[in-house]
Design a protein around this ligand. Sequence first.
Ligand code: KIV
Length: 273
Amino acid sequence: MSTNTVDKPRKVTTATLRKMKEAGEKIAMLTAYDYSMARLVDGAGMDVILVGDSATNVMAGNATTLPMTLDEMIYHARCVTRGTERALVVADMPFGTYQGDANAALHNAVRLMKESGCEALKLEGGVEIADSLKMLLSAGIPVMGHLGLTPQSVNKFGGYGIRAKEEAEAAKLLNDAKMLEQLGCFALVLEKIPAALAARVAQSVSIPVIGIGAGSGVDGQVLVVNDMLGMNDGFRPKFLRRYADLSTVINDALAHYITDVKDVTFPSPEESY
Ligand code: KIV
């Protein structure tokens, strides 16, 4: 059953997302990394497609998101924008392309937007990256923040455990969220933090807050598409709901194909010229 309350234009924009928060309509966001999946995700009616740097895990088999390059992100984002008509397409700025040097951040952000056609960028971090955020925002680039478990900092955290359980880290996260709002970010992702803290953040800022492992008291949810479709059997964190078991479907299809080729039941006369 559709629960749409906001009359959405043909194309979802940052303004649409803000209206959805105001109307209490939850935002559905999902990753995609290629044209074919983007067409399916967009066609299903997703509000936001994230070209996450999780692409380097899912598509390239890297253990962390750190190896992702700007050129690789441009490639994936371009494939996704070609397959998307309605959803807002947000691309992650890869590790090392925006931290420490605001001028370099702007240069890289402009390249990513110009060469991929994406409509907004996501950057991980709070006050530490304020100069880069200001630079991008002053250039008119829509920026989505990302706080809590920020995977590009996995080596600093020492793993992918839940963040902001302690009072000091929770207080910093709340301050960072308010700062992102004040600077002009249009939305914010909160990853793997206590649900009560995430709900408090969502109530404290006027911009949409999208959660992953952050409970239901936020303004929307995001998942990695390959994980929620059950294409990665080895990854089953508590927050992940699997909406399909594509590993089994694909494995069965592949085994069937091998059998048909060996038995010469494929191709049939009808499948031959
Ligand atoms: O890269 C990614 O897929 C992300 C989501 C997990 C939010 O940043």
